[in-house]
Design a protein around this ligand. Structure first.
Ligand SMILES: *Cc1c(COP(=O)(O)O)cnc(C)c1O
Length: 395
């Protein structure tokens, strides 16, 4: 039986979500109302951070985090080439240079052991990415950052709802986004991510100074907070008065979106549970197969299972194009995450050389993401398993 098209990831929207959005549509404030700060408060509480600021996208949130960290022309940030373009592009927005460090073979995350070699006098921040929802080893990376006085901005766009723990305290699970080991953590609410607002993103932090700047950056660099004014308070001309103190953008998220976000957040733990369950079924069904390797979950990590990345064994590597096309034809919306960023023509023009991260390049040659999302039915999961095994056997 040919099932409907099964993408690699998609949203779950129910009647309750729709109801919450409609309520906002019928109210006075469809943007710049109270839903924004309500969503921010809930998000900060869920992650265990002091502050959360929502943005119009994960990309805008990354831009804001880099800006607030003071990243500017001539600076370098260290990140992984196996991530979505925005992680590196946001550094280019500020005329800074992304420096790519190779990945761990099993998790696809930046390899902490290679970070120190990449640090120069220009490095300002390390930007680790929780690839596929599997948290990076933040404790290890934080040790390096501290030694070299660098900031950590965690790109956790895949990892809302994921958890990790430290070697020194194995009985305590820490939520990604608590900022226990990062200066700022960034999320995305694109429909394929853990929860969605259509488009949207957030920055979480425990630092009040960063938070105040994030507020301004999101809204044209403007503050209406008297305590922040540069003008002599005695000479404020009237209640209309506001000040533009830095060059910001319009990166706001609407109340319609925040109402959806809040409703989605209530279901986040259920979503992750369902994703874990499907990952478990795949693991069982594909164990000891001769075609591809399965994703791992290290002992310190509880993944949010944003992706289910399989990696073709050597003898199938050269048939990836063929296998990919066959899977698509059979209705599996498989995808590849990711083409190493510095392979892109734009980055090539900037002078990045191919071959600088051999593990990342090998990962790219072998990797395919298969469907995994909370609204998959048992039959969908079985169709995916049967189809994949059949296609590999035939190829
Ligand atoms: C989705 C994603 C982003 C960008 O988020 P948008 O909301 O699409 O702008 C950035 N980094 C990673 C790792 C992502 O997966």
């Amino acid at each position: 039986m040919q099932r409907n098209y099964l993408p690699y990831g998609r949203q779950w929207i129910d009647e309750k979500d729709i109801e919450e959005v409609v309520k906002v549509l019928k109210s006075d404030w469809i943007t710049q109302g109270s839903k924004v700060s309500e969503f921010e408060k809930e998000l900060a509480k869920y992650c265990g951070a002091k502050y959360a600021m929502v943005f119009s996208s994960g990309t805008a949130a990354l831009h804001a985090a880099y800006f607030v960290m003071g990243i500017k022309e001539g600076d370098e940030i260290i990140t992984s080439p196996i991530t979505f373009l925005s992680t590196a592009n946001a550094a280019l927005f500020l005329h800074a240079r992304p420096v790519f460090v190779d990945i761990e073979e099993d998790t696809g995350n930046i390899n902490p052991d290679l970070i120190e070699k990449a640090i120069t006098g220009k490095t300002r921040a390390i930007v680790p990415v929780d690839y596929g929802g599997h948290p990076v080893d933040l404790e290890k990376i934080a040790r390096i950052a501290k030694k070299h006085n660098l900031a950590i901005i965690e790109d956790a766009c895949h990892a809302l709802g994921a958890e990790y723990r430290c070697e020194s305290q194995l009985d305590r699970w820490i939520k990604v986004g608590s900022c226990a080991h990062s200066d700022m953590t960034v999320f995305s609410f694109h429909p394929v991510k853990s929860i969605t607002t259509g488009e949207g993103g957030a920055v979480l932090t425990n630092n009040e100074e960063y938070y105040k700047k994030l507020v301004m950056f999101r809204q044209h660099g403007v503050t209406k907070d008297k305590a922040e004014f540069k003008i002599d308070l005695g000479s404020i001309p009237g209640d209309w008065y506001y000040e533009m103190q830095l060059l910001g953008y319009n990166y706001r998220l609407t109340d319609m979106q925040c109402a959806l976000g809040m409703s989605q957040l209530k279901k986040l733990d259920k979503f992750i549970q369902r994703r874990r369950k499907i990952a478990q079924i795949y693991k069982e069904a594909f164990k000891d197969n001769d075609f591809f390797d399965l994703p791992v979950e290290r002992h310190y990590a509880k993944s949010s299972w944003h992706l289910y990345p399989i990696k073709l064994k050597s003898k199938y590597k050269d048939k990836k194009g063929k296998i990919f096309t066959k899977l698509r034809k059979k209705g599996l919306g498989v995808q590849v995450h990711y083409i190493p960023i510095y392979w892109q023509p734009y980055y090539q023009r900037l002078g990045y050389k191919k071959g600088i991260c051999p593990y990342a390049e090998e990962f790219y040659r072998r990797q395919i993401s298969i469907p995994l999302y909370q609204s998959m039915e048992r039959e969908d999961v079985e169709y995916v398993i049967d189809t994949i095994l059949k296609v590999f056997k035939e190829t």
